[in-house]
Design a protein around this ligand. Structure first.
Ligand SMILES: [Zn+2]
Length: 207
């Protein structure tokens, strides 16, 4: 399905809309590492979400431009490799509704493509109930949507939390809490992009 969409999309750069696809040279950023503390954990990410990087991520996640996968996975792996090798990698569980709509799970694919699973195992987190798409919710609603909504089987070892975009941090924080409660030691949170609220307000607040 994704490959099919890819085929029919016009051959323009996902960042600026001008050829060549999938991403022109000007819109390609070299991976860098920015860090901050998030809910008691060390968050590191590579891109700040602006109009261009948001267009790239949306093209990959919602418009099936799978040709962007290599670029995005390179950012994920560059940031992840700045952490000591963890025993486990964990990412948010699949949202069934989004999966049906897209036909693929972006973060699952990106983790596989990043090469990080060579030497590190994936730790499955499960949703304990139907969760809404976090992107459509306010900061408070995000916390309520996820609170106590994840489960992980008990175990030991170190875990690196991975996600594509960190916005309010509620998904990442809930993952950290769930993993710690299950007995794991979280070494940090690794994201491709960070949405800085003040500089780039969520769309619902603009109206
Ligand atoms: Zn471009």
């Amino acid at each position: 399905m994704g490959a099919l969409l890819d085929f029919f999309l016009p051959s323009a750069c996902a960042g600026c809309g001008i050829p060549p696809e999938p991403l022109c040279r000007a819109c390609q950023c070299k991976p860098k590492v920015v860090e901050e503390e998030l809910a008691g954990s060390l968050l590191r990410y590579s891109l700040e979400l602006n109009e261009a990087s948001l267009a790239v991520l949306s093209s990959y996640k919602d418009r099936g431009m799978l040709a962007l996968e290599r670029y995005l996975a390179s950012h994920l792996s560059a940031v992840a490799r700045t952490y000591p090798n963890a025993d486990w990698l964990a990412h948010p569980p699949r949202n069934p509704q989004n999966f049906r709509r897209r036909g693929y799970d972006p973060i699952e694919r990106l983790v596989r493509r990043s090469g990080l699973l060579v030497g590190q195992r994936r730790l499955r987190l499960q949703a304990t109930r139907a969760l809404s798409d976090q992107r459509k919710l306010s900061a408070r609603a995000r916390r309520e949507n996820l609170s106590g909504g994840l489960h992980c089987q008990a175990g030991t070892g170190t875990v690196l939390v991975l996600d594509d975009v960190v916005t309010t941090g509620s998904t990442a924080s809930e993952m950290v809490e769930t993993l710690q409660a299950a007995g794991y030691e979280v070494v940090g949170i690794c994201a491709i992009a960070r949405r800085l609220q003040s500089e780039f307000p969520p769309r619902e607040k603009k109206a």
